[in-house]
Design a protein around this ligand. Structure first.
Ligand code: SF4
Length: 165
């Protein structure tokens, strides 16, 4: 089954999705993961349903009567964050639980509400299929420079040979 992070990386960069899923982790990726883990552990102290693991695959930060809640450090990748939340809402709906999503960005101190539509459900289903195809490939998707590559943990991995003539 696809994890929430994989769904997010699918939106950010399909090459990153492949590298991450094959266990190729870079040092600064570890640091970011630890930073995120600390943030998640400290979030929502007043909510009882926190850090809920669903089917050993994806972990929801918190759940209340109306919302699935996710906390993020900053809103650098809002579309990918939204897509990850839609995936959670989709998976919960499949299990008979209908919720809305709420993403909290700590740096900007803002929240985004997310609602799953039928169109979103089709987009998620398409994404799941594509993710399986990407992960079955023996090599990563071709390198395509993206605006945020320089900030990516895999930057050196992807661009190590750039400038070597
Ligand atoms: S450096 Fe760019 S191409 Fe390479 S994984 Fe990161 S976002 Fe994708």
């Amino acid at each position: 089954m696809v994890s929430g992070v994989q769904m997010q990386y699918y939106k950010v960069c399909k090459r990153k999705l492949w590298l991450f899923s094959k266990g190729i982790a870079m040092e600064n990726e570890h640091e970011r993961v630890i930073e995120g883990k600390i943030l998640h552990e400290r979030a929502y102290p007043r909510l009882e349903d926190r850090e809920i693991l669903v089917d050993d695959t994806f972990k929801l930060d918190a759940l209340d009567k109306e919302y699935v809640r996710e906390i993020k450090i900053s809103s650098k990748m809002p579309e990918a964050d939204r897509f990850q939340m839609l995936y959670y809402l989709y998976e919960l709906k499949k299990r008979g639980i209908t919720k809305k999503g709420l993403i909290s960005y700590t740096k900007e101190r803002k929240t985004e509400e997310v609602e799953l539509t039928e169109k979103d459900e089709s987009a998620i289903e398409k994404a799941i299929k594509e993710i399986y195809v990407i992960l079955q490939s023996p090599s990563p998707p071709r390198l395509k420079k993206l605006p945020y590559c320089t900030k990516c943990a895999y930057y050196e991995f992807c661009f190590a040979l750039e400038g070597d003539d």
